[in-house]
Write a protein that binds this ligand. Sequence first.
Ligand code: PMP
Length: 393
Amino acid sequence: MTIKFAKRMDNLKASEIRELLKLTEKPEIISFAGGLPAPELFPVEEMKRVAEEVLEESGMQALQYSPTEGYTPLREKIAKRMETIGIKAVAEDILITSGSQQGLDFTGKIFLDEGDLVVCESPSYLGAINAFKGYLPEFVEVTTDDEGMDMEELEKVLSTKKKVKFIYVIPDFQNPTGKTWSVERRKKLIELANKYDVPVIEDNPYGELRFEGTRPPAVKSFDTEGRVVFLGTFSKTFCPGLRVGWTLAEKDLLEKYIFVKQGADLQTNTMAQREINKFLDIYDLDQHIEKIKDVYRKRRNIMMEGIKLHFPQNLKYTYPEGGLFTWVELPAEVDARKVLEKAIEVNVAFVPGGSFFPNGGNENTLRLNYSNMSEEKIQIGIERLGRVLKEML
Ligand code: PMP
C-alpha cells in the first residue's frame, strides 16, 4: 500500500526538543534541554483537596460536557488577573483552550492559507513554528535585539510584502532567548500593526515569572483597534499537566477561535477547569508563583554565575530577568549540534538554537533551561559544558 499523506505532512518532522527529551529520561543526564517546570513545586497536596472538593460539590457537572467557551467562573478570574498587565477584559473575552499551544494551532488554522506569510521574531518558539507549518505558510524572520524586534526592519517587511497574515511575538522572557521587549517597542509594534492593518499574536506564558524589576504592560494593553490576540496559560505558573490555557481577543476574532475549538475538541477538560478554579478560590496563586520565582531565581543565578566562571570568555548570552531560559551565541563557525554530541558524552544536554529559526541558519546558538534541574546539577552541568566548549573553541 502506498499511503498518500496530505501535503502539510511534508513540512512536519519530529521536533529536536522531543527527541532530546527522550534522552532526559536517563537519570544520569543533566538536562538543560526541555522547558519543563520544576515538578517538586507542583501543589500536589493542595490538588488532592481541590479534586475532592470539586467532586464532592459538583461531581456530576465536573464529569459532564461543558460549554466550548470554558467554565465561566474561571474565565472571570482570568479576566481579572489580566488587569495587572493593563488588559481590561471580562469573561466573555476569553476562551479556555487546552494549553496555549492549542491557541497557536488555532491561530494557524484561522489565518493561514498556503503561501501566506507569518512574521516572527528571529529566533522564535519552535512549538509555534511547527504548529503554523501545518498550514503551509512561509516565515519572515525579523531581527530581534535586547529590546524586541527591529522596528525599521519590521516596517520594511510590512510595507513590501503583501501576504502577511499576522505578526507572532513572545514579548516577555522569550522562548528561546529569555529576552523581554521594551515598552517603546511594544507601542511601536501596535503603531505599525495599525498602519499596515495586520493582527498581532501575543504569546505570553512566562511574564508572571519575573525575578526582579517591574513587569511591562502587555502589548495587548496598547491595542486600540482589537487586533491583538493574547495567549495565556497556567502551565508555567501552576502546572502544565492539566493543559489549561486561554485565548483573549475582541469579540469577532474570538468567535473564530470558539468555532474552531468546537471542531477540534468541543471544549477543554471540564474537571481540569473546575480544579484550577477551585484552587484559585481556596489558595493564593500569587503566593504560589512567589515560591516558584524564589526557586527559579536561585537556579538562574547559579547558571549565570557558572557561565561567567566556566564558559569561554567573549561569548554573548542573555541575562534573563525571569522565565525559564538563557541563550548563548558561540562564534559563528561553531556548530552547536557538534557541541551537543560532545556534551552528551559527559551527560549534559541542551537544545541547539538552529531549530528556533524557521528559515534555518544560526547553528552557532544554544538554549539552556534552568527551571528543571537542582542547583547542584546546574553547577555541575554548566562546569562540564564549559569544559566541552573550551575544548572545542
Ligand atoms: N508558547 C510558548 C512561547 C511556550 O514556550 C510554550 C510552552 N513551552 C507554549 C506556548 C505552550 O504552552 P502550553 O500549551 O503548555 O500552555
